[in-house]
Design a protein around this ligand. Structure first.
Ligand code: ADP
Ligand code: G6P
Length: 461
């Protein structure tokens, strides 16, 4: 029996990871966790999720003031539920099918089984009349299952990735079950207005939901009201801004700049190595930049930081090879003993190292082909301590709806992106400040704390 709570956060992963050497749990970095720790602590809430290791189900434990309830996943479920259905079916389908999604019944059944297990764990944990806040594409069936087990509780769901256009979603053989699962929620929140519209269209067409007259932003499903919310997630802007003001961070930003001399401008990319992030297209645009404008390009260095991700999935291994081949090509074609056009690092960086890179960068390149939000774009802006620096942002990132003063690009237009790079590295200080000033204002005003307040208010009103 799990310890009872009035508020339960539910996500595929727990907000901790295991440091086996030190024999302890470490809180995961990131704004979502920072925003939720105080909420969980104040409400004596619990977080239900997987530890990140197969067949690992320690009993519930406390960490950093949070009550954590592990849900076990077997090694087979990691193959079928996580690598298969989550990362080979849903992830590519929801990201505009930029890789071909695979549909297998032997992945769907474990997805159902794992979702049912999560729902049972929530049902066991939640006090009568309590609130569950379920997150992301791994757990879309949890609201529906939980609704059957505990009809009286309040259920919120937040999708961190895009909800695809109905024409694409229609391909999913289990589309109606997924919609019914999501429609178990009281409030369903999405990163963009486009995702809200896409979901509404799919729910009307494939799940028999209806739109109650005169009540915009709501659906009716099985006699209940389901509210649809646009709630773009954000970052802990204060944490980035204050880290960027610390002497040690300023020093490492300075050292980084000195090391890349004699180049004049530092361009930066920071991504999980995922094929949605468009790292390969970005590199090809940089290659084009060097071919078309060799003098201006030679005054730049691209620092590309890539964090390893889902390495067991074949498309990720292929993407890594593609990226590393391109880095080698560009450096081979345009570098010399005194000049390396692209510096590439494939590893996880510490928080302060990351902020130092943001602080040192003259131009930040965020060019995904599809992305729910893209927090890196907001982290870069939050780390600026003055109005210099420029953000080149894909129009296909959710963040583009809010960060309108960025230089918006179509990352597939390699010639256009190369010309944008030329513009970005030659723009006047005043012109770049007139873009950065309002961006900093936006990110400061709408931070992750405001996002979580908005979501919880919608859920509890
Ligand atoms: P996604 O959720 O798809 O990974 P986001 O841009 O929304 O994309 O979030 C990525 C997170 O991962 C950011 O918080 C970013 O700081 C972090 N991150 C990305 N690359 C690195 C890296 N090389 N080292 C450390 N953190 C990284
Ligand atoms: C994205 C997803 C998250 C996921 C994260 C890391 O941000 O929206 O749900 O946790 O990527 O991916 P992973 O597969 O390692 O959990």
């Amino acid at each position: 029996m799990n310890p009872a709570s009035d508020f339960v956060m539910v996500a595929n992963r727990l907000p901790v990871s295991r440091d086996d050497e030190a024999d302890r749990w470490v809180t995961s970095p990131g704004g979502l966790v920072s925003a939720l720790v105080p909420i969980l602590t104040a409400r004596e809430g619990a977080w239900i999720g997987w530890t990140g290791a197969p067949d690992d189900a320690p009993p519930p434990f406390e960490h950093d003031g949070m009550r954590l309830i592990p849900v076990p996943l077997t090694a087979e479920e990691l193959e079928s539920y996580y690598l298969g259905f989550c990362n080979n079916t849903l992830w590519p389908l929801y990201h505009n099918a930029i890789r071909t999604p695979a549909y297998h019944r032997h992945w769907w059944r474990p997805y159902q089984a794992v979702n049912a297990r999560f729902a049972e764990a929530v049902a066991e944990t939640l006090n009568p009349g309590g609130t569950a806040w379920v997150h992301d594409y791994q757990l879309q069936l949890v609201p529906g299952s939980l609704r059957s087990l505990r009809p009286e509780v309040t259920i919120g769901f937040f999708l961190h990735i895009p909800f695809p256009p109905v024409e694409l979603f229609a391909y999913l053989p289990w589309r109606t079950s997924v919609l019914r699962g999501l429609l178990g929620s009281d409030v369903l929140a999405f990163q963009t207005e486009q995702s809200v519209t896409n979901f509404r269209d799919a729910a009307l067409r494939y799940a028999g939901a209806t739109e109650p007259p005169g009540r915009e932003g709501e659906l009716e499903f099985e006699g209940r009201r389901v509210r649809l919310q646009w709630a773009p997630i954000s970052v802990d802007a204060d944490a980035f801004e204050s880290a960027a003001g610390r002497p040690a961070v300023i020093d490492s930003a300075e050292r980084l700049r000195e090391r890349i001399r004699p180049a004049r401008k530092l361009m930066l990319g920071v991504d999980r190595l995922d094929y949605t992030k468009g790292i390969d297209h970005r590199l090809r645009a940089v290659q084009t930049f060097h071919e078309r404008h060799p003098e201006a390009a030679r005054d730049t260095v691209l620092l590309q930081l890539a964090v390893p991700s889902r390495e067991e999935v074949i498309q990720y291994a292929e993407q890594r090879e593609r990226v590393e081949r391109l880095v080698g090509q560009i450096n081979g074609e345009h570098g010399d003993p005194g000049y390396t056009p692209v510096v590439y690092m494939y590893r996880h960086l510490g928080f302060e190292e990351l902020v130092a890179a943001y602080l040192a960068a003259d131009v930040m390149l965020v060019t995904p082909l599809a992305d729910g939000m893209n927090l890196v774009a907001k982290e870069y802006i939050a780390s600026r301590t003055s109005d210099d620096g420029l953000l080149v942002l894909s129009e296909f990132a959710g963040a583009a709806a809010e960060l309108k003063e960025a230089l918006l690009v179509n990352p597939l237009d390699l010639d256009g992106l190369a010309e944008t790079l030329l513009y970005a590295v030659t723009i006047s200080r005043e012109a770049s400040a007139s873009r950065m000033r309002p961006l900093r204002q936006t990110v400061r005003e709408y931070d992750v704390y405001r996002w979580s307040r908005n979501c919880l208010e919608a859920l509890e009103s």
